[in-house]
Design a protein around this ligand. Structure first.
Ligand code: UDP
Length: 324
């Protein structure tokens, strides 16, 4: 059996990927420091180890005690605003933490890694859809940490033969179709869960950040990709890393505006969403959506969820029945 270590496997995308891997017959060890992750989100079939990337001793023990064939690495801090006010926390955890992980992998002759990167590595788009050759000029420390790690992988490949795929996600969205796993961030900053909380009354309203963008309805356009489609792409990337090393975008290729998300949520829930118009949020580009041809060609991946209402339906199902 192939054994995969999932670093950050108690988080949103990690926990969905763990379940997908187990369903496909992989052995899975989950390591998480549980700062943002949820122990309840870790599938019972996986082995769980409480470990932090910055604690090299616990990483070494983890590799000594478990046979690992490949690593999928989700463990990172991911709040853009916080990365601006506390960059040290981000460079330390995300960059130094990954170097620690690579070092311990090398000591134990584990040469394959699949990594959560992000479309935030591109920065302000020069054209859309964004392909992988688009210049990378991240506009915040969070995006820079992810770009640095991509660059470290390329150097480690040349020097040590590291096999690596960095998956650049667009906007991860939705929850597992059976309602068992979902999105639970504290604080929550993402559009879809905030819209749903405005509908349930948990929040007063949803603030639309900017209505004067150069888009058909004036609100920002993003590419929302279902978390189960992301999970599948990680498994395919583990199977392809080495044959291909490099970066791959993960998005649907379809752009959806903030107002379209709100309409989809109203349709799915059958309820009105209270809205407040607010100024633009700093650093938000008008339009971001993916050219996903590389994922199709290299991974043989196509997203199953392409209708935003189907994505929002899974998130709504979770929001009204959440387990954690
Ligand atoms: N957004 C919004 N109100 C909110 C949160 C987000 O209008 O309370 C908008 C934001 O400006 C962006 C889109 O929704 O255009 C998606 O934002 P999110 O924070 O979910 O993801 P991001 O694209 O920033 O990674």
């Amino acid at each position: 059996m192939t054994n995969i270590l999932v670093m950050g496997g108690a988080g949103y995308i990690g926990s969905h990927t763990v379940r997908h891997l187990l369903d496909r017959g992989y052995g899975v060890v989950v390591a998480d420091n549980l700062i943002y992750g949820h122990r309840e989100a870790v599938d019972e079939r996986a082995e769980f180890v409480h470990a932090d990337l910055l604690d090299k001793y616990s990483l070494e023990k983890l590799f000594q005690n478990n046979h690992i064939d490949a690593v999928i690495h989700f463990a990172a801090f991911a709040y853009v605003g916080e990365s601006v006010s506390e960059p040290e926390k981000y460079y330390f955890n995300n960059v130094v933490g990954t170097i620690n992980l690579l070092n311990v992998m090398q000591m134990h002759k584990v040469g394959k890694i699949v990594f959560s990167s992000t479309c935030a590595t591109y920065g302000e788009p020069q054209y859309t859809p964004i392909d992988e050759s688009h210049p990378q000029c991240p506009i915040n420390p969070y995006g820079r940490t992810k770009l640095m790690i991509e660059q470290i992988f390329a150097d480690y490949e040349r020097a040590y033969g590291l096999q690596h795929i960095a998956l650049r996600y667009f906007n991860a969205a939705g929850c597992s179709s059976d309602g068992k796993l979902g999105e639970s961030h504290s604080p929550e900053t993402h559009l879809i869960p905030l819209v749903l909380k405005a509908i349930t009354g948990e929040r007063k309203n949803i603030k639309i950040f900017g209505t004067d963008y150069d888009t058909p309805d004036g609100t920002c356009i993003r590419d929302y990709i279902h978390v189960e489609d992301l999970a599948q792409a990680h498994r395919l990337a583990v199977e392809k890393a080495g044959v291909y090393n490099g970066c791959i975008n993960l998005g649907t290729g379809i752009g959806t505006s903030v107002k379209e998300i709100i309409s989809a949520a109203e349709e799915v829930s059958g309820k009105k969403c209270p809205v407040e118009y607010a100024p633009r949020r700093a650093g938000d580009p008008a339009k971001l959506f993916a050219d996903n041809r590389r994922a199709k060609e290299i991974l043989g991946w196509t997203p199953a969820y392409t209708d935003i209402r189907d994505i929002v339906k899974t998130a709504w199902n979770w929001e009204i029945n959440r387990k954690y």
